[in-house]
Design a protein around this ligand. Structure first.
Ligand SMILES: *Cc1c(COP(=O)(O)O)cnc(C)c1O
Length: 427
């Protein structure tokens, strides 16, 4: 395979890095095989849903204006519902991002006087403002919705006692975040989510259990709706968009709750009936079709990064041996130089903006500068190869995505290359 080696060298990778990468990859054969099996299962699951719903060319034509009678949109929502084994789904380009999808699902299904419970600790940063944990204009708190939280135990497991204590007659909805996101807790498996939901329902049957499914889709053969989640919510510029969706979000689950979300997204009385698909349906179908394999490539990238940085002696979360339930990999790089070099490598490996040098920057909502690397076709898409981290100890980088496994691998090798060039590591 000398031609392959030469090809890698031509983009700036060193012999030593290539040798390390080869060794690490060889050690992961079994892991990769399991990831491929999950992708295979999910590929057939999506294919089956498309066939069952008789997807046809007519579904790709799209609509404008009000978007009444948009067959393609309605059928795509049924395909999503079937893949999630849910009664209904809302899949719309008008949902601008994951935060918006979550905000719509939450605010649609609570009323003044109700309480939202997070039984898994602090939710994703942007949700703090949606809920009003951090004061924010238009937050649910301003509408008289209160919030309660039960933290995970030290070891990352559920604190059932605290959850039981937090549930009261006002508890209307439990928001359960599957992925650790950018927190230091472990990501939840679908099985664990099922146990948590069963416990919550045993305390109070009518609590709506909503799962923030961002980054989790297709990493396992089951989705949270398979284990009792009433609502499952995510972003189309992450896993389920397959890298092709240019924007959008989805809300899948019980018909009643999805319908509420539709009334919140458009307007009371209008609901699901409106919302032009603007010719995007074909891309959303196609992205969803590719999503199982794209997600598998990103999961392989995460495991490969963990294994490679473990070998280089850095603390990694989760470890290379941990079973994956999302696509995020964290590495403690230990110094600002290392964090910058890592991000430089990811950027240099991108198909877009590869010539750019990422610099740390002050970002709203962060108490330190943040550095980000992303050379994506879709702005902010984190199913594409990307990395970011706050410039503060222990200088953790969060790495995710890669539209193909080969690209994820190249990105990780390039990050190590830049660490080598910066004399952070020696080989
Ligand atoms: C990305 C993400 C969100 C928010 O999605 P945006 O598209 O960035 O608004 C919410 N929750 C989790 C766990 C995420 O990973």
């Amino acid at each position: 395979m000398n031609v392959l080696k030469d090809m890698y060298k031509s983009i700036g990778l060193d012999e030593r890095i290539l040798a390390l990468g080869k060794e690490v990859e060889a050690s992961l054969e079994e892991r990769f095989d399991t990831i491929d099996k999950t992708a295979e299962y999910n590929q057939i699951k999506v294919l089956h849903a498309m066939q069952k719903n008789r997807v046809a060319e007519a579904h790709f034509s799209g609509s404008t204006g009000y978007g009444y009678n948009d067959m393609g949109r309605e059928n795509l929502e049924q395909v999503y519902a079937d893949v999630f084994h849910a009664q209904a789904a809302l899949v719309r380009p008008q949902i601008t991002c994951g935060t918006h999808a979550l905000s719509v699902a939450l605010s649609a299904n609570v009323r003044p006087g109700d309480e939202i419970l997070s039984p898994v600790g602090k939710p994703y940063d942007t949700l703090e403002e949606v809920i009003g944990i951090r004061p924010s204009k238009g937050s649910l708190k301003e509408y008289g919705v209160s919030y309660a939280q039960a933290d995970l135990k030290e070891d990352g497991s559920f604190d059932f006692e605290a959850i039981g204590r937090a549930i009261n007659e006002r508890t209307k909805l439990a928001t359960i975040q599957r992925s650790k996101g950018y927190a230091s807790r472990p990501t939840l498996s679908v099985e664990q989510i099922g146990e948590l939901i069963a416990f919550i329902k045993s305390k109070k049957q009518d609590i709506i259990c909503m799962v923030d499914n961002c980054y989790g889709e297709f990493t396992e053969t089951l989705e949270p709706t398979d284990v009792g989640a009433d609502l499952c919510v995510g972003s189309l510029i992450k896993n389920p968009g397959g890298g092709l969706a240019p924007c959008g979000g989805y809300i899948a689950g019980q018909e009643e709750y999805v319908e509420q979300a539709a009334f919140r997204l458009s307007a009371p009385g209008l609901g699901k009936e409106v919302g032009a698909s603007l010719g995007l349906s074909q891309t959303l179908y196609q992205g969803f079709f590719l999503a199982p394999v794209v997600t598998a490539g990103a999961v392989k990238g995460a495991v490969f990064a963990a294994a490679l940085y473990e070998r280089l002696g850095f603390p990694v979360y989760p470890s290379s041996a941990t079973k994956r339930h999302d696509i995020i990999q964290a590495v403690d790089l230990g110094s600002p130089e290392a964090l910058k070099a890592f991000c430089l490598g990811i950027q240099a490996a991108a198909p877009v903006d590869s010539f750019v040098t990422p610099e740390p920057w002050a970002m709203p909502g962060y108490d330190s500068d943040v550095i980000m690397a992303a050379g994506a076709f879709i702005q902010g898409s984190s199913i594409e190869l990307s990395a970011d981290g706050p410039l503060k100890p222990p200088y953790t980088v969060f790495f995710q995505g890669g539209l193909t496994w080969y690209h994820a691998k190249t990105g990780i090798l390039m990050s190590a290359q830049k660490l080598l060039e910066a004399n952070v590591i020696a080989l």
